[in-house]
Design a binder for this molecule. Structure first.
Ligand code: IPD
Ligand code: CA
Length: 272
């Protein structure tokens, strides 16, 4: 792939994130139509669907042969597919969006030849757009200002602020809660803010030292994981596994191995 392909994909992804943000903020209905998905607490709103349709339509208008994997069901291999695939979560943090809690984002990851090259995570109500281009660093745009992202360094678990998230299945939540109840006694503190893509970006920004979760999907981690690694952090599964399996971990590079082993041991205790 060429650098100019990546640059043009980034420009397009940033522009689409902007127009999607406008739709989600300006057209958010007072009384939102909402349905449940995997369990009664797993929500999808009419705006999740509208945002995904908008993103796909905008990409297809200029890149008709690209493929898609979208949380709200878009799985489009076109007849004559290009080597580019868009992995999108139109609203990461749907429950927050539903409550008008500002911690939600549009997450757009772009793969070229099977490898993520672009990540854009836009959080309209936080006035921040995080992005990264493979090999080109990670940045945040805030009210028109651009700042390079860098993870923290040097923390040990007792000095680490660690975030996590929960799935929607109550049985899974029981295990996740038990693991967290033990972790909170050894970490500096813990957070559960409700949007995986943003949790990755907060690790990249040094606002968190680490983030882990069981059961993420590709659209939760495609963009955010690149933003972490481009900011100098590490991502992976647990105990040497690659990212993309049951467990996801992102941390500043100094902390990664320690928290990996701690969460791994706890996962053996609570998830087996
Ligand atoms: C959810 C959020 C949440 C995480 C869940 C995800 P959604 O995504 O990222 O923080 O804990 O695992 O499913 O459903 O709001 O797109
Ligand atoms: Ca979502």
């Amino acid at each position: 792939m060429t650098e100019s392909l990546n640059q043009s994909l980034l420009t397009l992804a940033l522009d689409i994130a902007k127009t999607t943000s406008e739709i989600l903020v300006n057209q958010r209905p007072e009384n939102m139509e909402v349905e449940s998905k995997s369990t009664p607490v797993d929500l999808v709103t009419e705006m999740d669907k509208a945002a995904e349709i908008h993103i796909v339509k905008r990409v297809k208008a200029v890149r008709p042969n690209d493929s898609f994997l979208g949380e709200e069901g878009t799985a489009l291999p076109p007849d004559n597919p290009s080597n580019v695939k868009w992995i999108i979560d139109p609203i990461d943090g749907t429950v927050n969006y539903f409550y008008n809690h500002p911690y939600w984002a549009i997450s757009i990851g772009v793969e070229v030849d099977g490898e993520i090259q672009i990540g854009v995570v836009a959080a309209p109500l936080l006035h921040e757009t995080f992005y990264a281009i493979k090999g080109g660093g990670a940045y945040v745009l805030h009210d028109g200002m651009k700042k390079k992202l860098k993870t923290n360094s040097g923390a040990t678990i007792d000095k680490a602020l660690v975030a996590t998230g929960f799935g929607y299945d109550p049985e899974r939540r029981k295990k996740q809660g038990a693991l967290l109840a033990e972790l909170v006694t050894i970490a500096r503190d813990t957070r559960r803010a409700g949007a995986a893509a943003l949790d990755f970006c907060y690790v990249a920004s040094g606002r968190l030292d680490a983030y882990y979760e069981f059961g993420l999907y590709p659209w939760d981690l495609a963009a955010g994981s690149l933003i972490v690694t481009e900011a100098g952090g590490k991502v992976g599964g647990l105990n040497g596994d690659k990212l993309g399996g049951d467990w996801s971990l992102a941390a500043n590079a100094d902390l990664f191995d320690e928290i990996d082993q701690i969460v791994y041991k706890l996962s053996q205790k609570y998830f087996n």
